[in-house]
Design a protein around this ligand. Structure first.
Ligand SMILES: [Zn+2]
Length: 274
């Protein structure tokens, strides 16, 4: 229960980050305000999910509709915070994992998921991955591997190799894509993001993360093309859906979160049954 609340608060802050970082504003100052009438939001209007439901999805002062994305992001972060902490809990509670290591691991992985979600939303909004979010990831990932290493199943060697292979691998893909199509395909933001994912999850995670991102990205574009029947491409003045620029960052982030949550869960189950 405490972890869900903790995650929802993270989600609330995430909305602030996603709104302000691309605009180059400070994330701590001033207080959150309604984007329309600029009335500061009081504490009781700022309770994750509940306030939005209580206010009927409108600003208390000017009655402007508030996007449903805010409570959705808060709820998603609450669920993710719990999902990240869950596999750690038995080890922490029965003393297999020292408390400081467990707490550090949980907080760092929650921060990792938080930054990935922020990058995914900002990339989907603006097609940019802000350096202020992507650059700390490799450093945090390497630091965590040094500090905890075997506890998380990622040694510092795997972390360092992951950062190099992730960043370098995506640079190579980018170069190949540019040579073959004579177009810029992926942003350099994706390279830094992939270096961060590699540092956090270790080099062993990269093939699965890349594959999951590519498959799901293609499925998404394909599904969109089917549903929209080219309307989307038309709307944007493009000859066909193939020319649609798609941010790849959200799918890389998705693949990384899936690895973090599903792979570890699968490992736990296997260990349990064997
Ligand atoms: Zn308002």
């Amino acid at each position: 229960m405490f972890i869900v609340l903790w995650g929802a608060l993270w989600g609330s802050f995430l909305n602030v980050v996603v709104y302000r970082v691309p605009a180059g504003l400070s994330v701590v100052h001033p207080r959150s305000r309604c984007p329309k009438c600029e009335t500061p939001i009081t504490w009781w209007q700022n309770i994750p999910v509940l306030s939005w439901a209580f206010l009927g999805g409108r600003c208390h002062t000017c009655k402007t509709w508030i996007s449903v994305r805010y409570p959705l992001v808060e709820a998603a972060m609450a669920v993710l915070a719990l999902a990240v902490a869950w596999p750690w809990l038995p080890g922490i509670l029965n003393g297999d994992v020292p408390l400081w290591q467990g707490v550090t691991g949980v907080l760092a992985e929650q921060a990792f998921v938080f930054v990935l979600l922020a990058i995914a939303l900002i990339d989907a909004d603006t097609f940019l991955v802000p350096d202020s979010l992507s650059l700390p990831l490799p450093i945090l990932g390497l630091g965590l591997a040094f500090a905890l290493g075997p506890v998380r199943g990622v040694t510092w060697q795997q972390s360092a190799a992951g950062a190099l292979a992730g960043g370098g691998g995506l640079l190579a893909v980018q170069w190949l894509y540019a040579v073959l199509t004579k177009r810029e395909g992926l942003g350099t933001g994706d390279v830094k993001l992939m270096a961060g994912i590699g540092a956090f999850l270790g080099v062993q995670a990269l093939p699965a993360v890349l594959l999951a991102a590519a498959v799901q990205g293609l499925l998404f574009v394909g599904g969109w093309a089917l549903v929209g029947r080219g309307k989307l491409a038309e709307d944007r003045g493009l000859a066909s859906i193939r020319h649609l620029a798609m941010p790849f960052g959200p799918f890389l982030a998705l693949g990384a979160v899936q690895w973090l949550l599903l792979f570890r869960m699968a490992g736990k189950l296997l260990a349990h049954w064997s």
